[in-house]
Ligand binder design. Structure first.
Ligand code: GDG
Length: 466
């Protein structure tokens, strides 16, 4: 059996006690069964790069190949090109794109460094699976070293419409880098369609079928592979007994209160201010819920060195303060805003005791929180998911209350609809949602992707880049 080699910007903490996140769990299981390898940045930042910085360690049949980044690489490749150019643009936020030549140069250089480190460790029949926007040029760099391996790419974030993508200076270079992969995978049909429409504007690309293209002497497959979660693991965590949470539940039931919950990295793509405004609208238009509805927003800190992220933090502090100032009573505050990361176990328990999961990103590749909220529910008394139509998850989770996150009135009405939803309807919606996330779980996601990569036609020649 071929060995699977996974490459991502950061590796999971393979040596740690528990792996967090459906992504890590799903991938590590696949790596264990093939005695595979995971390569990526180890999270350290050093002054200077030295060749002996790369390390291989083996945990439970999985090799981990890691290295640090230098300060320059962290600033220009990671914070710069990846998170000030690609992240905003791919999330349809051209207004936040900050393109600089030194970012692009460093991005190309770091991808070259990944290839330099990885290449000597590759075996002839390895399947190489590259993850996400940080590593678009990696296949091209590996091909330049003579790698004819099957190399697949999976984009965890959205792929924007052609007009937006082509606003990135040197987008043609990114396109040519992408076309050095053998399989290009997206989260949704919509993302794959956006990419295909962009390719159709190029005369050197020929569509052999809707999902196979010919570019010079290469054949490339395009597909969508919606990521899932480890449903059993998350559901089990949500059912642990926790005295504090049970007390909280009793208190709420005595006072006829219910909780609305959201949990996100504090990122402008997640729509946190719009959501807080929608909750404020709900309180303004449905005064009968004052004293009864409590909104908990967990916003874990993220990329704080990027200005767009610190700006949004200030906005949320101001908004939550203003709503609480206007509506709070001696023994009730409508918004509880936590700008800290909490444990995964606690998050699962909080999801279970919240009547409403309010997940309204402005744009999201998939959104795993939506799936985790469903997995955590008690099927005898399930909560209701309100989900943005701009989350990739909305393609699969049609039984949620689907909303436009920019429309505060619509979101406020959805909160009211959820608060009054009859139990039969709650159960019916939950049954369908749970069945969907259980079928398309993390394991199926990785198996579908790896099977598709294994079955691509081998491309032996390397196309000439312009
Ligand atoms: C990218 C794409 C795509 C959140 N707060 C805390 C916490 N979390 C966990 C959640 C969830 C994960 O972080 C977030 O995953 P998402 O999918 O919601 O979003 P991104 O981080 O933006 O991920 C996204 C994903 O890749 C996978 O392909 O779905 O669209 O943007 O697991 O539970 N975990 C802990 N404390 C917190 O406070 N422990």
């Amino acid at each position: 059996m071929e060995r699977l080699v996974v490459v991502s910007n950061r590796t999971a903490d393979l040596g740690g006690k528990t792996l967090s996140g459906g992504l890590a769990v799903g991938i590590v299981d696949a790596l264990k069964s093939s005695g595979g390898m995971w390569m990526g940045w180890n999270g350290d930042i050093v002054d200077k790069s030295r060749s002996m910085d790369a390390r291989v360690e083996t945990y439970d049949n999985v090799a981990s190949l890691t290295m640090p980044l230098t300060k320059e690489e962290h600033n220009n490749y990671y914070l710069g090109f990846a998170n000030k150019v690609l992240w905003p643009t791919f999330h349809y936020r051209l207004d936040l794109m900050d393109y600089r030549t030194e970012f692009a140069r460093s991005y190309a250089r770091v991808n070259g460094k990944f290839a330099d480190i990885l290449h000597p460790h590759l075996r002839d029949d390895d399947l190489v699976w590259v993850h996400d926007y940080h590593l678009i040029p990696l296949a091209s760099e590996l091909r330049a070293k003579g790698c004819n391996h099957k190399i697949g790419f999976f984009l965890h974030i959205p792929f924007p419409p052609s007009d937006i993508f082509s606003a990135i200076p040197r987008h043609q270079w990114l396109r040519e880098c992408l076309l050095q992969f053998d399989l290009i995978g997206f989260q949704t049909q919509n993302d794959a369609d956006n990419f295909c429409r962009y390719l159709k504007g190029n005369s050197d690309v020929k569509f052999l079928s809707p999902d196979r293209i010919r570019w010079h002497d290469r054949t490339i497959k395009i597909g969508h592979f919606p990521i899932g979660i480890d449903v059993d693991q998350f559901a089990a965590m949500a059912q642990e007994t926790d005295e504090e949470i049970q007390l909280e539940r009793k208190r709420r039931s005595l006072l006829k209160r219910f909780q609305v919950i959201s949990a996100d990295r504090l990122d402008y793509s997640k729509g946190l201010p719009q959501r807080m405004k929608a909750f404020r609208k709900f309180l303004d238009t449905s005064p009968e819920y004052r004293g009864h509805a409590e909104y908990l927003q967990v916003a874990s800190p993220s990329r704080e060195d990027v200005t767009a992220y610190s700006d949004i933090r200030g906005e949320l502090e101001q908004l939550s303060g203003a709503v609480n100032g206007k509506h709070a009573d001696i023994n009730w505050a409508p918004i509880q805003y936590i700008n800290q990361s909490i444990s995964r176990e606690r998050l699962a328990l909080l999801f279970r005791c919240s009547l409403i999961g309010l997940i309204t990103p402005l744009r999201d590749g998939m959104n795993l929180v939506a799936k985790e909220y469903i997995a955590a529910q008690d099927d005898e008394d399930p909560g209701i998911l309100i989900l943005s139509r701009f989350a990739g998850a909305a393609e699969e989770l049609g039984d949620a209350l689907i909303v436009n996150p920019y429309d505060v009135n619509e979101v406020a009405q959805a909160i009211k609809k959820a608060a009054t939803m009859p139990m039969d309807e709650r159960k019916a919606r939950h049954r369908n949602l749970f069945s969907q996330i259980s079928t398309n779980n993390a394991d199926l996601w990785q198996r579908r992707y790896v099977a598709a990569l294994r079955s691509v036609e081998p491309n032996v020649q390397r196309a000439q880049l312009s």
